[in-house]
Design a protein around this ligand. Sequence first.
Ligand code: HEC
Length: 210
Amino acid sequence: MPGQKIVEVSGAVGERERVNNFFKIIGFSLSLILFYTLFAVYYVPDSHVDGLGRKGRKVLLPIEEIGAVAYGEEVFYGRGGCAQCHDSAGGRAPELTDVAVRASSRVTSPEYKGEATDAIGYLFESMVKPSAFVVDGYGTVIGKKVVSPMPDVSSGTIRLNKVELAATVAYLQSVAGIDVTVKVPVLTGGVGAQEKSGLKAAPVIEKTKE
Ligand code: HEC
């Protein structure tokens, strides 16, 4: 019967088309996945941006390779989050270009109640005990106390380790144009010793909306 044949042919074509469509859909889905994977890898910008719009690096080069000052600069603009508050405008926090110099007069001023005895000590103290001395005009009054809005950068989300704190001081001395005299803990074991020692650094903190 001619009619039956037509039905048979169209049935076979329908089957082949379904199979073809199935592979087309699979192929299309796979290329979409591939496209977005490549897009994410190559084109999506790194979201870790510091307060000055500079891109923070997720993985720092080892301090043994780039030196303490460069390492400290990376910490300052990157995961230390310092530049988010300390920018050249100085509105939110004092400008730090000369802080390593003015640090010596801070510790000898009559208002100073902290424990540091020299400039380097003051810089360390400013980072880990910000309220030991609060720069005039930047404090928040809580009861009878004047408290610094700056967090202790050796704890909380920033959690800088000893090497990073010392390297930041080295960077501050260097930008102030004075000799870098701070002792930066040396980790024996060459390049990568810091990671191996477990002195893992905190990740870059993301820019917070103001
Ligand atoms: C949330 C904002 C904020 C962040 C983040 C921050 N600071 Fe501060 N910092 C301040 C403010 C506000 C002051 C002034 C009040 C005071 O004296 O504590 C200050 C004061 C200081 C001082 C003393 C300045 C002076 O003139 O005596 C130093 C040094 C300093 N910060 C270093 C740093 C470093 C280094 C980092 C990053 C590791 C950092 N700060 C991160 C807000 C911040």
